[in-house]
Design a protein around this ligand. Structure first.
Ligand SMILES: Nc1ncnc2c1ncn2[C@@H]1O[C@H](COP(=O)(O)OP(=O)(O)OP(=O)(O)O)[C@@H](O)[C@H]1O
Ligand SMILES: [Mg+2]
Length: 207
């Protein structure tokens, strides 16, 4: 594995381009946070690293496109994974809004497939989705996800997704309705979930 410069830096992690057994790969490293007590900080980084790798694999088993995990290093709090070639959905929707409907149909299906398998993503936004070169949606950044997710967790996923659309893509409300339609068509027992989302939205209005 040869280290190169970081290609992305988020709130909790840095992403570096690398190679793994000759394959094009990325390594996601969770850096220490000084504002956390050191023992607790290691625990959180370790939990999120393991959780993310586990959820990425579980999601793939559920038929949702996610990066292949090549390696986990709990001393470095890092995950080496497949480098997904493509465009971040957030950028794609900004650059090419006419592609929004087709993309939103795929996002709705991917979210429903995930939820039908009892998995919630935990940070379902258009920044955590990549449109692959072969035109599929790949989900990334599962560190806040859960298996055995409850209705509440799934409702929060969809609520956050809606909020991320309203703030990042305010002109795409029709495409978002299309997303919810394809979600509802794919999701088992969608009525319960739709009621839960309304309840969550209601809470937001009165707090
Ligand atoms: N497997 C991957 N293939 C291609 N690009 C990726 C991959 N993983 C991450 N990226 C790129 O790096 C960016 C940051 O990655 P990610 O969303 O996983 O981290 P983060 O938001 O910093 O993490 P966290 O929220 O867990 O602290 C992504 O928005 C994406 O552009
Ligand atoms: Mg992210």
């Amino acid at each position: 594995m040869d280290d190169i410069a970081p290609i992305a830096k988020g709130a909790e992690a840095e992403i570096y381009a690398t190679h793994f057994l000759g394959r094009d790969a990325l390594v996601k490293v969770r850096s220490p946070k000084r504002y956390r007590v050191s023992g607790l900080d290691s625990e959180i980084r370790s939990f999120r690293t393991k959780n993310e790798a586990r959820l990425i694999r579980e999601a793939r088993r559920a038929g949702v496109r996610t990066p292949v995990i090549y390696d986990i290093d709990l001393e470095k709090f890092s995950i080496t994974m497949e480098n997904i070639r493509g465009t971040k959905i957030k950028d794609k929707l900004e650059q090419n809004p006419s592609s929004a409907t087709d993309i939103c149909v795929m996002i709705g299906e991917a979210a429903a497939d995930l939820h039908n398998s009892g998995i919630c993503h935990g940070d379902l936004t258009t920044s955590n989705m990549i449109l692959t070169e072969d035109g599929k949606i790949c989900l990334i950044d599962f560190s806040m996800g859960k298996t055995n997710a409850e209705l509440e967790d799934m409702g929060v996923d969809m609520h956050l997704l809606k909020r991320s659309f309203v703030s990042a893509h305010p002109d795409l409300s029709e495409a978002f309705s299309r997303l919810m339609k394809s979600y509802t068509e794919t999701k088992n027992e969608p009525e319960k979930l739709l009621r839960k989302i309304e309840e969550i939205e209601g809470r937001g209005r009165y707090t």
